[in-house]
Write a protein that binds this ligand. Structure first.
Ligand code: SF4
Ligand code: NI
Ligand code: CU1
Length: 713
């Protein structure tokens, strides 16, 4: 046998023995009947569940798994067999990690790493992964000989927007070298034991179950999915031992190449296991092996600019300058102009820059970011689409934090950025370059004016911005599915959910919440052969259900025949499919003749007896599941929500936060449709009741309209 297979088998056997011993010990300590689960997942022990279909629920269930695991280790010389042994290591690592949770509480606290990643986080990563905002996933493990090399590599992934998981000593090395860490920074410390690699393996595996509709037990389908659709790879730092090598073999079996920084000589397997001893080459080779393309954001500013900085928080004490609507007039406005009226790349500053204030206090100023664009293909409808991106672009700047939009926002520039020389013109440069990069097919010329002069900001706000905002709102409010002749498909999520297609209409945005009808329209204009294609609406087959011949044809084509019929306004009859990254999931509550809706952020129980994660696992992967439908938050107040079943009057339960969020629009819609005042007062939430009987009592007491409707199923 080769050195490599020797190492793999040695590691796999060691892990198998450890696992065996740990299971026996856990049964002795807690009892075979004792419950065993990772937190906040509907997929049990995901690796075991996906590979074999076995739902591990108790510690005793593990005994059979250990036997399966051992059967994978055949000690045959072929590499394929050795990779199976690597999978055995992955299963063993999963069991060892799960047993850490056996005592009923998370072992991951107090700086031990984050451990198991909840389903909801994976769902939230769907959109950034499909848009390429997160171009790939790096797994960095081990302990480097020189911590500086960890910093070099991890910071480069961060600048490129990759999601990086750290396992082992590299966590402390990254911390010591000043790498900013956390989900918000896209650098996530998982744990110190090698077995913590499980927590990224199960992310890839659950992606296959959530988005890919891979059936539990279909090991070949699972491996094909992770290899083809999960853009992950492994960088192992420092000395290797047999357990790391056999875990690496597991990664290779999943399709993830492994790059080590020690010299493996002829033990290397080109494309799968390679040595890169020059750390300046690690990132490039890793991306190349996984065919990950990173858009180069070359902007001439003194601070970093990367999507990985989007979640950065700048505290008051670290703030040099602040522009805040609560203190001063503020405006963010993108307007369309005639070509002759715009000078390309003209940047103008009106008013004082953010230079030092006399008293050393935070510099607090009014601000207008006033962007004028012109282009032969520009449309007024694209103004808000571009304008909404300002929030993201400002946040991508290292040392800048932005919340809000339009005339209501807060923008902070850190002391660090200021000391590096960051000034107003840099904000303008970022806007200019990003617009020309992302919207180049509709914007030919762009000029940016940054105004801090109070009278000028005021004038712009009153004379141009407010009327513009109002006009847009009126247009959106007046826009109905009936008032347009074109809908759009969106198939962006097909990179993860190959047979899913969203149909986006004015009254029904994409289920991710990120694609409105205007966005889809702009996307189509920007990339004519891209993910959003027009559907010439035509006559409805059934207007109440939202059944259209044109929609059926478009969905059949977009899903490659997987789905032949979709109704836009029904939950029960041919509902729209879900990919997995939906903001909300709705389910039926038959005893209340109604539906409940749960958002991804809500982790508690619902009256259906299922959590968000459990409800969410009922659908996804582009499959139609009547009664369970993923949708965007904004759809809740739509007059088309479940219109076929009676509309929003069917909504009987929402988590409190979601209810408060949608209340203004939902109440307005209920008033208009049914003449009901304060409809949300009739809707139950977890602070009132979760138990189904108590929910019913509440609905009866409030005289909820659903109770007077016919049975829903
Ligand atoms: Fe994915 Fe649908 Fe959102 Fe498009 S609209 S990104 S397909 S969820
Ligand atoms: Ni420039
Ligand atoms: Cu999606």
């Amino acid at each position: 046998m080769s050195v490599l297979t020797d190492l793999i088998y040695a590691g796999s056997n060691a892990v198998a023995n450890l696992t065996d011993g740990a299971v026996t010990a856990a049964i002795a300590q807690f009892g075979a009947e004792s419950k065993l689960a990772f937190p906040d997942t509907a997929y049990f022990l995901p690796t075991i569940y996906a590979a074999t279909g076995v739902k591990v629920k108790t510690i005793g269930d593990l005994t059979a798994c250990v036997d399966v695991l051992k059967s994978l280790i055949t000690n045959k010389p072929e590499l394929g067999d050795a990779l199976n042994a690597g999978l055995a290591t992955a299963v063993g690592a999963e069991i060892l990690e799960a047993l850490k949770y056996a005592a009923g509480e998370s072992p991951y606290k107090d700086g031990a790493g984050i451990g198991f990643v909840p389903d909801s986080v994976i769902r939230s990563l769907g959109v950034p992964l499909v848009t390429g905002d997160i171009p790939g996933v790096a797994v960095v493990l081990g302990q480097a000989d020189d911590p500086a090399n960890v910093a070099l590599v991890v910071k480069e992934y961060q600048t490129k927007g990759l999601l990086t998981f750290l396992i082992g000593g590299v966590i402390d090395q990254a911390t010591a070298t000043g790498v900013k860490m956390g989900l918000d920074y896209r650098v996530i410390p998982l744990g110190y034991d090698v077995t913590a690699v499980t927590h990224v393996v199960t992310v890839a595996i659950r992606a296959a179950l959530i988005f890919g509709a891979v059936q539990p037990g279909d090991l070949a389908g699972l491996l094909a999915y992770t290899k083809e659709r999960v853009p992950a790879f492994v960088n192992a730092f420092g000395a290797l031992n047999e357990i790391i090598v056999s875990a690496g073999a597991g990664a290779i079996a999943l399709g993830f190449p492994v790059i080590v920084d020690s010299d493996l000589g002829d033990v290397q397997v080109p494309g799968a296991l390679e040595s890169v001893t020059d750390h300046l080459q690690t990132v490039a080779r890793s991306l190349e092996l996984r065919n990950i393309k990173v858009k180069n954001k070359n902007i001439d500013i003194c601070m970093g600019f990367a999507s990985a900085f989007e979640g950065e928080i700048i505290r008051k004490g670290d703030t040099h300058a602040e522009f805040y609507s609560g203190s001063n007039p503020t405006v963010e406005l993108v307007v369309e102009r005639e070509l002759k009226d715009v000078t390309d790349h003209k940047i103008t500053i009106i008013g004082p820059d953010i230079d030092e204030s006399d008293d050393g206090e935070i510099v607090s100023l009014p601000l207008a970011t006033y962007v004028e664009v012109a282009g032969a293909k520009m449309q007024t409808d694209f103004e808000p689409v571009i304008e909404r991106k300002i929030h993201h672009w400002f946040n991508y700047i290292e040392g800048v934090m932005h919340t809000g939009q339009r005339n209501l926002f807060r923008l902070r520039v850190s002391k660090d950025a200021y000391e590096h020389g960051f000034r107003l013109k840099d904000l303008a440069e970022v806007i200019y370059h990003e617009i020309m990069d992302e919207f180049d097919s509709v914007v030919d010329k762009c000029q940016v004016t940054m105004i801090t002069d109070e009278a000028e900001v005021h004038r712009l706000l009153e004379a141009e911005a407010m009327p513009r905002y109002h006009a847009r709102d009126d247009r959106l409010a007046a826009m109905t599915d009936e008032s347009v002749d074109t809908f759009y498909t969106c198939v962006l999520c097909q990179s993860f959910a190959p047979s899913h297609a969203c149909v986006v209409t004015p009254e029904r945005l994409g289920l991710c919440g990120a694609v409105s009808w205007l966005d889809a329209k702009a996307t189509r204009e920007l990339t004519p052969t891209g993910p959003c294609q027009p559907i010439a609406k035509g006559e409805a087959i059934d207007a109440r259900k939202g059944a259209f011949e044109s929609v059926n044809e478009a969905v059949s084509a977009a899903s490659h025949g997987a789905t032949e019929r979709v109704t836009l306004y029904s939950i029960l009859e041919d509902p729209m499919t879900s990919c997995g990254c939906f903001e909300c999931i709705c389910g039926i509550l038959p005893e209340a003749k109604g539906v409940l809706i749960v958002n991804r952020e809500y982790t508690g129980q619902t009256p259906s007896g299922m959590t968000f994660g459990e409800l969410a696992s009922m659908t996804g992967g582009g499959v139609q599941t009547p009664g369970f439908m993923g949708h965007g938050r904004h759809f809740i107040a739509s007059k088309k929500f479940a219109a076929a079943e009676g509309g929003i009057a069917r909504i009987v339960w929402l988590p409190k936060e979601l209810k408060d969020d949608v209340a203004p629009r939902l109440n307005a819609a209920a008033k208009e449709l049914y003449g009901i005042d304060n409809f949300t007062d009739m809707i139950c939430d977890e602070t009132i009741a979760v138990n189904s009987d108590e929910v019913l009592d509440f609905l009866v007491a409030k005289g909820h309209p659903a109770l007077a409707m016919e049975d829903i199923v």
